[in-house]
Design a protein around this ligand. Structure first.
Ligand code: NAD
Length: 368
């Protein structure tokens, strides 16, 4: 038996941002806490927000790969200003922070405690998610990836983190510079590939993932190098479809390896995930059976007939958007491998093939 669960009202399309205001009104929100990126505050859409929402508080201090202490500071504002909802408008970092803040109404401890004990419904206010990148898909997932006080990135997972409403308006992504378009877009592509080969995939997640793989593969180059309305729209839809897939399957080893690459070498999240994707395509395909079939289907979705050709195409895709394809390009050397290996050994049940310490060491040596 297969289960699919995604309790989020999703509104997609150009100009759908305007729907945010009727959704807030419909939910009886009196004073939301707006958590947003500083790029948003200087946009016309922020002026719209000021005009249409009579009373609100704003928090703009969320950094990329947000820390638990940032979430705690935003939660203090939620509580001291007596806001009754959280609106997150930004990339995955803003949305990941905002969805946790929305579970901290009247909550006195740090959000780090959620790693030990899950949030409680009584501390939750409605959360409205509006992405401004086409990448993380955080608007439609129950995950929040935070940087803990010890410096490690770790995912919190809970159904209370789902947004009440997600509004995905491609227009909000138009202001992304090429590097952000590339890093966030390749994250969406990787998430759809990982959802497709995951052992937890279902017919529903396969349909969303396949759509996202095709859309992202064929649109990302244009979106990065010469963006037009269609390319932006395709990438927003790809990101949303990827989320509708991996929200249920989870992500696989590429994400496990990405966190230490970001932590120790400052590699942006999407590039950190993508750098190992072609290697894992080979590794999972070697298992044969269902995993092998899925890998071959992924190759076909990007126009390759064999795994070897698929791996070449993935390397070409990364190069075409300015992403690194070798670890040496980010300053990672063999003497650094152990700090990566050490945090990749946790077993993720969705990984299509189990990896050992030696597999990860071999992978790092081969892509160095
Ligand atoms: P991001 O949110 O970190 O944003 C990257 C940069 O782009 C930031 O400086 C931001 O201010 C800027 N930016 C965002 N939108 C912009 C716009 N429209 N115009 C100009 N600048 C803009 O990037 P992201 O890739 O969206 O999110 C990455 C984070 O999301 C990571 O921490 C990652 O771990 C997390 N993540 C979460 C999930 C999930 O399901 N919760 C999934 C994947 C990734």
């Amino acid at each position: 038996m297969k289960k699919y669960f995604l309790p989020v009202k999703i509104i997609f399309g150009e100009k759908s941002y305007q729907k945010l205001f009727s959704e807030l009104e419909g939910a009886g929100v009196k004073k939301p806490l707006l958590i947003c990126g500083s790029h948003f505050v200087s946009s016309f859409k922020y002026k719209d927000f000021e005009e249409k929402v009579p009373v609100f508080e704003v928090f703009t201090g969320v950094e990329p790969n947000p820390s638990t202490s940032t979430v705690d500071r935003a939660a203090s504002l939620l509580n001291s200003s007596q806001c009754d909802a959280v609106v997150g408008i930004g990339g995955g970092s803003v949305l990941d922070a905002a969805k946790v803040v929305a579970c901290m109404h009247g909550f006195k401890k740090s959000c780090e405690s959620f790693y030990r004990k899950p949030p409680h419904r009584k501390n939750r206010v409605p959360f409205f998610a509006v992405p401004t990148t086409s990448g993380s898909g955080s608007e439609a997932t129950r995950y929040s990836v935070l940087t803990r006080s010890d410096g490690s990135k770790k995912t919190l997972r809970h159904d209370l983190f789902y947004a009440r409403v997600a509004i995905v308006d491609p227009e909000l992504t138009y202001s992304m510079p090429p590097e952000v378009t590339a890093a966030t877009g390749i994250d969406a592509f990787c998430q759809s590939v990982e959802a497709y080969w995951a052992k937890t995939a279902t017919p529903q997640t396969d349909a969303f993932a396949a759509e996202a793989i095709g859309l992202a593969y064929h649109s990302i180059f244009k979106a990065v190098n010469d963006p037009d309305k269609q390319a932006r729209q395709n990438m927003s839809l790809a990101s949303l479809c990827a989320a509708q897939a991996f929200s249920n399957t989870g992500t696989t080893a590429c994400h496990q390896v990405s966190y230490p690459l970001t932590r120790h070498f400052g590699l942006v999240h999407g590039f950190a995930v993508a750098i190992t994707l072609q290697w894992f395509l080979g590794f999972y395909s070697e298992k044969g059976g269902k995993a092998g079939e899925k890998c071959l289907e992924i190759c076909r979705l990007i126009g390759a007939k064999t795994i070897a050709e698929g791996r070449e195409k993935l390397i070409g895709l990364l190069s075409s958007i300015g992403a690194p394809t070798k670890l040496r390009e980010i300053g990672c050397r063999p003497e650094d491998f152990q700090k990566i290996v050490a945090v990749c050994l946790e077993e993720r049940p969705q990984n299509p093939r189990k990896h050992t310490k030696e597999d990860i060491e071999r992978m790092l040596a081969e892509i160095c």
